[in-house]
Write a protein that binds this ligand. Structure first.
Ligand code: 5GP
Length: 188
């Protein structure tokens, strides 16, 4: 079990902090790393692909998955379910990959409980104003959801000190490189 933990990087950060872009950069620049594709019940955004960005499930399918014990962790976030599938982790680690989980704070805490050797990294936005600007400029959420996510962001920022590392996302490439360096220095 501890070997699996050493092959996991858990990345969190408030909605709009740019964590998906940072992780995409990690995956593109270093092929040791792969993404844990989460399951969710939220609606697919136009640019997202099923099975690539998320595994999109109905609420019933997700609840069945919970009953079957398919999830390493799951949570309800802004009225939708999100969860990490055990199979995603186990198969990818068995393939010799380092698996990156991009999940919110409760999920991160739960993964760390199961795998204490996993590395947890919090991506912080330069400021709350910048976070709001990024969240609005991506144009993927309505006003109610934006407000809900900003509220949640404040809450999530309060948990950053419980992570192994906090990295500020001023520049995507630098932030991605910092995370790779942190992983390598912890696994020499
Ligand atoms: P979004 O809807 O913006 O893609 O994701 C909303 C939040 O859910 C983000 O903080 C994202 O990291 C988190 N999330 C995505 N997948 C999972 C998961 O499998 N488990 C948990 N706990 N959170 C997730």
């Amino acid at each position: 079990m501890s070997d699996i933990g050493k092959s996991l990087i858990v990345v969190s950060g408030p909605s709009g902090c740019g964590k998906d872009t940072v992780v995409k950069h990690i995956l593109e620049t270093d092929d040791r790393f792969v993404l844990s594709v989460s399951a969710t019940t939220r609606a697919k955004r136009p640019y997202e692909k099923d099975g690539v960005d998320y595994i999109f499930l109905t609420k019933q399918q997700f609840i069945d998955g919970i009953s079957n014990g398919d999830f390493l962790e799951h949570t309800l976030y802004c009225d939708n379910y999100y969860g990490t599938l055990k199979k995603q982790i186990e198969d990818k680690v068995a393939d010799g990959k380092i698996v990156v989980l991009v999940i919110e704070v409760e999920g991160a805490r739960n993964v760390k409980k199961v795998y204490p050797d996993s590395l947890t990294v919090f991506i912080a936005p330069p400021s709350l104003e910048e976070l709001e600007r990024r969240l609005r400029s991506r144009n993927t959420e309505d006003e109610t959801t934006i407000k809900q996510r900003l509220f949640k962001a404040n809450e999530e920022l309060g948990f950053k000190s419980s992570y192994d590392y906090i990295v500020e996302n001023n520049y995507v490439e630098q932030c991605a490189q910092s995370i790779i360096r942190i992983y390598d220095s912890n696994n020499k």
